[in-house]
Design a protein around this ligand. Sequence first.
Ligand SMILES: [Zn+2]
Length: 276
Amino acid sequence: MASDMTGVSTACGICGEAEFSPFLNVGGKSLVRCRSCRLVRTADFQPDAALYAGEGYFTGPGGYIERHEIFRSLFEPLVERILRFKPRGALLDVGTGVGTLMDAASAKGFTVKGVEVSQWASTYAREGKGLDVVPGTLEEASFADKSFDVVVLNHVLEHVEAPKPLLAEIRRILKDDGLLAIGAPNAGSLMATLIGARWASWRPEQHIWHFTPDTLTALLKTAGFDVIHQEAKDNSTVTGWGAKELAQRVINAISAMANKSEAMLFLARKSGQAPS
Ligand SMILES: [Zn+2]
């Protein structure tokens, strides 16, 4: 597989294609689109091992600790949606950070576990909050086959260098009637289309992949999952009523009607088809 000097594969994360077309320039970083399946990726992505290692990613201004209540309120609709399809059982949150979604799922009766690559965040969740969080990657946690009713990837997949192997591991540890729940920014959203490079959720220093409903559906299909529910949800909390906020509220309302909001929520089940 082709790779750049950093060792990160430069091939398409869905179809393996090596040829990409220019898509957008975001603050000096170029985003490119797969010529075959149209998945958008950050070109020459540089993994920053320090990014999630320390506490800065979680404790900085607007981070998960300072805005705990806001994030928890954002995660509750996801948990509510999961409940509709899977009312109880063992739930694993992959990339749980400081365990905010685990708190919300536990409050609704799930038996919760988490995995988190950040040593700092996993320690905080375990020692500070008493949550069952395994430090490291999902593969390193090596859970038993078919041990979870629900696996959650909330704003994680766009950060992962190799999404298909991650989904294969999830398929292995998920029960046959289990549910995979994915939250991700919607690169096909009305806001992303309207404001282009100024859209806040490109984050090319963190996000390798920029999924749309179509490309996320295609990825899940090749990974052996059937999408059973998908919706677009706003992820920006509008608090003011100035001109900018008013414009944002109007765009959010139109986006919601057109199912083109800034974040996507997908629920999927294992298909009979093995991953391709
Ligand atoms: Zn592709």
